[in-house]
Design a protein around this ligand. Sequence first.
Ligand SMILES: Cc1cc2nc3c(=O)[nH]c(=O)nc-3n(C[C@H](O)[C@H](O)[C@H](O)COP(=O)(O)O)c2cc1C
Length: 192
Amino acid sequence: MNNPIDKFKTWWQEALAESPLQQKSAVCVSTIDEQGFPTGRFVDLKSVGENGFVFCTCFDSAKGRQIERNAKTAITAWWDHSGYQVRIVGTSELITAGEADQFWAARNKSAQLTTTAFEQSEPTASEAELAARLEDASAKFAEQDIPRPDNWGGYCVKPISIEFLTFRESRLHLRELFVYKENGWVKQLLQP
Ligand SMILES: Cc1cc2nc3c(=O)[nH]c(=O)nc-3n(C[C@H](O)[C@H](O)[C@H](O)COP(=O)(O)O)c2cc1C
């Protein structure tokens, strides 16, 4: 397959279909902090298309602020049951408010409440404070739909390179690197 986006979709579908995981779409997103250190954390991969790889989060979170300063982003996935690793490098761009609304509507109320109740990545004094904040939000929105907060939305990581590794017990892993050049994707095999 010469288009890495199509290849990713095929692998992702396969990984999802056979996944023993509870959080089947978790991928590691790495951003660059103020000191230039890479920082990684798992998020849910929401969708994949020709534009790139979409995840949702709070813009005021540590990762959101890091992306504001430096849009260079990596996504890494490992699906143990399939033996697939994927490494994506690219730049994050905001998805539209309309797209964010759709992802927000697809979340369950509990996830919406948590997002609304908290300021992601900010310090907290105690777990009791967290419980109180959640209770307040639950009471406020008991009878009404929860609107998408202005600071919640999505980023689309537009890829410049995607590497697919097929794990082999022999350690003779197959590594297929796709790099985006002027005329499209160029594929190169790498030594394991
Ligand atoms: C399986 C899993 C899925 C997660 N999905 C998301 C997600 O989609 N969006 C998000 O903002 N945080 C998600 N989190 C929480 C993040 O890992 C992280 O703790 C949070 O986004 C704050 O990161 P930051 O302080 O680096 O911004 C998830 C955590 C796990 C373990």
